[in-house]
Design a protein around this ligand. Structure first.
Ligand code: HEM
Length: 443
């Protein structure tokens, strides 16, 4: 395998692994806040226990998240030294600020973990809120560098690669920063909500549950469904703005996302299918007339730029259409599922049937797949560039021949870590069943 391809596969798989833990690390503190607030309002011990058990899960995952985040940072310098040279000169500010965000998260996490029982309820909510703010700020700051790679700003670069006229604030507030930061944050919140819904639905599908356990898991499921429905709707609304940002800032990527070759007004949205290079169209897709023009500019007559406006060597791989469809398709499905479940519960006032619980079980893994597809779409859709229209990936990557060994060792490490975290979580929650912890709490 070519060294550049190996470097991309290694970094991509490291990110793909890290992003699962990082996403949970951003979303779970919000779920803990919701449980704490519900406990504050209702004085129902089930909510206090939820907060406690989710915090234990958070602490286990945080350790792997920090380790995998450190690996990603080291790999970035090892695999893409030329890219890091530009980053160091132009967009190091978010990395520096991220240290403070992480510090806030870590300090208040320790307070919440070890002193929560001795704190009044208001201070408990405050400390976990600061954990959540630190975690979200970390994610937003790191996402800023990704946004800047998509829409670089705040510097000039000469033919020989010399960087001049650096303006760190223009780089920080690059054109895609706002929408991208919001998209990443909302999608992380929704993913964790659906992961919690999945776990609660798995428990509720068990036949032999005590009424106490059933009631606990139902409450967890309802919090997750309300929050999941709100966040998935917000993600889709913001996704629409993200697509409009692409229309303005990177029409090539939007054209690849939709397999659009000719610049067109009244452009249709192709759902499903695959982009055929020979036929210059999306095969086997369902087309919604005028919808792409509307998505891009809020008007049916918006002109959407096609791929043929660019030389073919600057086109992203055409399979990004599939990644885009997976992300949007899952997002839409989860909105429908969560709203249908809330309608079932509150309007029809009926218990969830087995088939609906089964659908809720898969909602969490589906949200994780959407996150992975979103990141892959955004990063592969930027190709052949590492920094759009500034630094080609082939020039950003290392030429070192040791990448192959690194690739095998890290892939093995990730598989082992996935199993170990799964095992530790299972071990902890099996040894500390919910009913036992509730009795201990009451006693
Ligand atoms: C429902 C409609 C959605 C639309 C219209 C949409 C739109 C987009 C667009 C246009 C991008 C590319 C941004 C860029 O490359 O600059 C993107 C990226 C991304 N999406 Fe979505 N998205 C949707 C749903 C989702 C869902 C459900 C998730 C996950 C649960 C998700 C997660 C992501 C992630 C992680 C990225 C990469 C970060 C970024 O560059 O923004 N998206 N989305």
């Amino acid at each position: 395998m070519d060294i550049v391809v190996m470097a991309r596969v290694l970094f991509g798989s490291s990110m793909g692994f890290h992003i699962i833990y990082a996403t949970i690390g951003v979303g779970l503190p919000i779920m803990i806040i919701l449980a704490e607030v519900m406990y504050w309002i209702k004085k129902d011990e089930h909510y206090a226990l939820m907060a406690k058990r989710w915090t234990k899960g958070f602490a286990i995952l945080l350790a792997v998240s920090i380790a995998s985040g450190t690996i990603v940072a080291v790999l970035l310098s090892l695999l893409f030294p030329n890219f890091m040279e530009i980053v160091g000169q132009v967009i190091s500010l978010p990395f520096q600020l991220e240290i403070f965000a992480f510090l806030i998260e870590a300090v208040f996490m320790s307070i919440y973990l070890y002193a929560a029982d001795r704190l009044p309820q208001g201070l408990r909510v405050l400390s976990i809120t600061l954990v959540a703010m630190g975690a979200t700020a970390s994610a937003i700051l790191i996402t800023d560098v990704h946004a800047w790679m998509n829409t670089p700003a705040g510097f000039d670069i000469s033919e020989d690669g010399t960087i001049t006229n650096v303006n760190v604030w223009n780089a920080f507030f690059n054109p895609s920063f706002g929408v991208t930061a919001i998209h990443v944050t909302l999608s992380a919140y929704m993913t964790v909500a659906f992961l919690i819904a999945s776990i609660a639905a798995i428990r509720l599908m068990k036949r032999h549950l005590s009424s106490e356990e059933r009631s606990y898991h139902k409450k967890a499921l309802m919090i997750a469904l309300y929050f999941g429905a709100a966040m998935s709707l917000a993600t889709a609304i913001n996704g629409h703005e993200t697509a409009q940002m692409l229309h303005e800032e990177n029409p090539r990527k939007l054209a690849a996302a939709e397999g659009l070759f000719e610049t067109t007004r009244y452009a249709g949205l192709s759902i499903g299918g695959y982009t055929s290079l020979e036929d210059q169209e999306v095969k086997y897709a369902i087309e919604i007339p005028n919808a792409l023009s509307f998505l891009a500019g809020d008007r049916f007559d918006t002109e959407v730029i096609g791929l043929n406006e660019y030389p073919e060597e600057l086109w992203p791989p055409l399979y990004v259409h599939i990644l885009f469809n997976i992300m949007v398709g899952i997002g839409t499905l989860l909105i429908v599922l969560s709203l249908a479940a809330l309608f079932w519960k509150h309007v029809l006032k009926r218990e969830f049937p087995g088939w609906m619980l089964a659908l809720l079980v898969v909602s969490g893994p589906l949200a994780v797949i959407a996150i992975e597809a979103g990141w892959c779409f955004s990063c592969i859709g930027r190709q052949p560039w590492t920094i759009t229209d500034v630094l080609p990936t082939a020039e950003a990557a290392t030429g070192s021949s040791s990448v192959g060994i690194l690739l095998i060792s890290f892939l093995t490490l990730y598989v082992v870590l996935l199993f170990v975290t799964g095992f530790v979580m299972r071990y902890y929650f099996k040894r500390n069943p919910m009913e036992q912890e509730l009795t201990a709490g009451n006693g």
